[in-house]
Design a binder for this molecule. Structure first.
Ligand code: GNR
Ligand code: NI
Length: 171
């Protein structure tokens, strides 16, 4: 089942999400719903707060269009190591449609998380995967990619989003 994606500005996108306590069928269903919502958008990642769930869950799949899908569902993800070298990507966000900005982040990160079977896992992510998982974990901490841009660019984007939300509310 697809879930509606919240659009910035929304107070729920600024909150720190709570750790997941125990894996339940509801949480597994949430992961499935988030993957369906992400693929449908389409996007390469999605975090709980973006669908109004203030729990530490994210999904991602950064495989190129022609590759086989490689979906991840992560509960309580944590960055346990980050490289000194960085990458700059032009980032976008499903909660900030059609707005983009360059963000510099560590090029490689090691992440620990609980998978949908309840097992603890660790892996190193690089390239777009590294950028994506950091963007998603930021969502769990109430942070958006526009928080890395200049105040002027951020304000410009926020005003555009306020206008978009007004228009959608009237339609
Ligand atoms: O679909 C998405 N694309 C993207 C591109 C560059 C850097 C990060 C992303 S994540 C984004 C989906 C999203 O908003 N996830 O929170
Ligand atoms: Ni996002």
């Amino acid at each position: 089942m697809k879930r509606p994606i919240l659009i910035h500005p929304d107070p729920r996108l600024k909150k720190v999400a709570a750790p997941v306590a125990d894996l339940s069928d509801d949480l597994r269903k949430l992961g499935d719903d988030m993957l369906e919502t992400m693929y449908d958008a389409p996007g390469i990642g999605l975090a709980g707060p973006q669908v109004g769930v203030l729990q530490r869950v994210l999904v991602m799949d950064c495989v190129k269009d022609d590759g086989p899908p490689n979906p991840f569902v992560m509960f309580n993800p944590e960055i346990i190591a980050a490289s000194d070298d960085t990458n700059i990507y032009e980032e976008g966000c499903l909660s900030i449609p059609e707005q983009y900005g360059e963000v510099e982040r560590p090029a490689e990160v090691e992440v620990r998380w609980i998978d949908r079977d309840g097992n603890s896992r660790e892996d190193v992510f690089a390239g777009l995967w590294a950028t994506c998982v950091q963007h998603e974990i930021d969502h769990l901490d109430g942070k958006l990619f526009i928080d890395y841009l200049s105040p002027m660019k951020r304000q410009m984007i926020t005003r555009k989003m306020q206008k978009l939300k007004r228009e959608r509310a009237r339609a």
